[in-house]
Design a protein around this ligand. Structure first.
Ligand SMILES: Cc1cc2nc3c(=O)[nH]c(=O)nc-3n(C[C@H](O)[C@H](O)[C@H](O)COP(=O)(O)OP(=O)(O)OC[C@H]3O[C@@H](n4cnc5c(N)ncnc54)[C@H](O)[C@@H]3O)c2cc1C
Ligand code: HEM
Length: 399
C-alpha cells in the first residue's frame, strides 16, 4: 500500500502529467525502443509509425494512479487490457523495462519540476499498478490453453466475401517441442474470443502480432478466423495482406491461445423472453457470427434480431452460413444494410429494436460509436450494450 505522502504527490501531479501526455509518451517509446529494440517485435509497428494508440499505455498508468488507494476498483478494466497482454505474451520481466522508461520520460519532460519526491512517488505508484497487472496476467497464463505461440497448419482458406479470407487451422503437434500437444477436441473456445497471430512479414524488419476474432467457437474442424485485407489511406496493412497473399493451405502460422472477454451473457442464453440483438458491419461480423452459432446451439427458442451492414452484396460476409444458422432458430428477424445502395442504419431505425434486449455490436470504430451513442440515447442501458473494437478498447470508453 502506497504511503500517504506518495498518494498526495501522485494525485497532485496527475493533471500536469496528463497535460504533457503526448510528450511523455513520445520520449518513453523512443528511449524504450533504443534501449530494448527486441520490443519492436511485440509492439505494433504501424501504430508506432503513425503515432496511433501510443498514449493508451501511459495514459492508463496515469488514470490508474488516481485510484492508487483502491486499485481493486479497476479490476474490470485491468482484466480487459490483460487479456490483450496475455495474448501478446507480455511477461512480468517486461514491466520494469516499461517502468524505468516511463519514469525516465516523466523526468526528461518535466525537467527540474520533477524533484526526487515526485520521481520516488511515481516509481512507487507504477510498481503498485504493475503488480496488479502482473498478478491478473499470472492467473491468465495459468489458465491459457497452450503456452506461447504454437504452430498451426492452414487446412482451409476460402473467400468469405470480397477481401475477406476465412482460415481454418489445426495444431502441428509434432513441432511443439515446448508445448504439450494441443488436443483440438479438448479445446473450450468461447464465442466472441480472438486468437493472436505471430508473423514475420517480408515487408517489415520486425515480427508482427495481430488479433483476429474466431468466427466459430466450434473446434470440430479446427480454429477458424477471418481476415479482411486492410488497405486504407493508400497504404497496405502489413499482416492482413501477408495472410492474404503469402499464406496458403499447407503453410504454418503461429498462434497464441484464445483470449478476450467479449462473450454472451450466459444467464440470458436460456431465457426466451430476453431478445438477443446482434449488430455488425464488414469483417466485424466474425465474433458476432460465433455468438449467433453458440446461441442457436444452446437455445434456438430465444428471439434473435440479426443486423448486418456492409458496402454491397460482394462485401456481404458469411451470408450463407448466417442464413443456415438463422433457419435453425425459431424466432428470427434479419436486416441487411448496403451502404452503397443508400441503406442507412441510424437512430430512427434502431428505435424499432426490442427493449429490453441484450445487444452485441462489432464493426469499425465510427460504426460502433454511432450505434452505441444511438442505443444509449434510446435508453438501452450501458450494461445491455456490449461491443468489441478491432483496436484499443480504452478509446471508446474514454469517449
Ligand atoms: C480484439 C480484436 C479482434 C480483431 N478481429 C479481427 C477480425 O476478426 N478480422 C479482421 O480482419 N481484423 C480483426 N482485427 C484487426 C486486426 O487485428 C488488424 O488490426 C488488422 O488486420 C490490420 O492489421 P494490418 O497489419 O493488416 O494493418 P496495419 O499495418 O496494422 O495497418 C493498419 C491500418 O493503417 C493503414 N496504414 C498503414 N500504414 C499507413 C501509413 N503509413 N499511413 C496511413 N495509413 C497507414 C493500413 O492501410 C491499415 O488500414 C481485430 C483487432 C482486435 C483488437
Ligand atoms: C502498468 C503497465 C501497463 C499498462 C497500464 C498498460 C496499458 C495498456 C493499454 C491500455 C493498452 C491498450 C489495450 C487495448 O488494445 O485495448 C495496452 C496495449 C499494449 N501493451 Fe500494455 N500496459 C502496461 C504494460 C505493458 C508492458 C510491460 C508491455 C510490454 C513491454 C506492454 C505492451 C503492450 C502492447 C504490445 C500493447 C498493444 C498495443 C500496440 O502494439 O501498439 N504493456 N497496454
Amino acid at each position: 500500500m502506497a504511503s500517504a505522502q506518495t498518494l498526495e504527490i501522485v494525485k497532485a501531479t496527475v493533471p500536469v502529467l496528463e497535460e504533457h501526455g503526448t510528450a511523455i509518451t513520445t520520449v518513453f517509446y523512443k528511449n524504450m525502443f533504443n534501449g530494448h529494440p527486441e520490443l519492436l517485435d511485440i509492439f505494433n509497428e504501424t501504430n508506432q509509425k503513425l503515432g496511433r494508440q501510443q498514449t493508451a499505455l501511459a495514459m492508463t498508468v496515469l488514470a490508474a494512479a488516481k485510484h492508487l488507494e483502491n486499485l481493486a476498483t479497476l479490476l474490470p478494466q485491468v482484466t480487459q487490457i490483460s487479456h490483450k497482454h496475455r495474448a501478446l505474451q507480455i511477461l512480468p520481466e517486461h514491466y520494469p523495462i516499461v517502468g524505468t522508461h516511463l519514469i525516465g520520460a516523466i523526468k526528461e519532460v518535466l525537467g527540474e519540476a520533477a524533484n526526487d519526491d515526485i520521481i520516488n512517488a511515481w516509481t512507487e505508484a507504477y510498481d503498485e499498478i504493475a503488480s496488479v497487472f502482473i498478478q491478473v496476467e499470472h492467473g491468465m497464463y495459468e489458465q491459457e490453453m497452450w503456452q506461447g505461440f504454437a504452430p498451426f497448419k492452414i487446412t482451409e482458406k476460402v473467400e468469405a466475401a470480397t477481401d475477406i479470407a476465412a482460415f481454418t487451422v489445426v495444431p502441428v503437434n509434432a513441432d511443439s517441442a515446448n508445448n504439450k500437444p494441443i488436443d483440438l477436441s479438448k479445446l473450450k473456445l468461447s464465442a466472441g474470443q480472438y486468437i493472436t497471430v505471430k508473423t514475420d512479414p517480408t515487408d517489415s524488419d520486425h515480427i508482427a502480432l495481430r488479433h483476429y476474432s474466431l468466427f466459430s467457437a466450434n473446434s470440430d474442424k479446427g480454429i477458424q478466423f477471418a481476415v479482411r485485407r486492410d488497405n486504407r489511406n493508400e497504404h497496405n496493412g502489413l499482416v492482413s495482406n501477408y495472410l492474404h497473399d503469402q499464406l496458403a493451405v499447407g503453410d504454418t502460422v503461429l498462434l497464441s491461445a484464445p483470449a478476450g472477454d467479449f462473450e454472451l451473457t450466459q444467464d440470458l442464453v436460456e431465457q426466451n423472453d430476453m431478445p438477443l440483438v446482434l449488430v455488425s458491419a464488414g469483417v466485424g461480423v466474425t465474433p458476432i457470427l460465433s455468438m449467433l452459432e453458440a446461441q442457436v446451439a444452446a437455445n434456438p427458442k430465444r428471439p434473435i434480431v440479426w443486423v448486418y451492414a456492409c458496402q454491397n452484396q460482394e462485401h456481404h460476409a458469411f451470408n450463407n452460413k448466417v442464413n443456415a444458422l438463422l433457419e435453425t432458430a425459431e424466432n428470427v428477424e434479419k436486416h441487411i444494410f448496403y451502404f452503397e445502395s443508400g441503406q442507412i442504419l441510424d437512430e430512427a431505425w434502431l428505435a424499432n429494436l426490442p427493449k429490453p434486449a441484450d445487444i452485441y455490436v462489432c464493426g469499425s470504430m465510427p460504426f460502433m460509436e454511432s450505434i452505441i451513442d444511438a442505443l444509449v440515447s434510446l435508453d438501452h442501458g450501458v450494461d445491455s450494450v456490449h461491443y468489441e473494437p478491432f483496436g484499443p478498447k480504452m478509446s471508446l470508453e474514454l469517449a
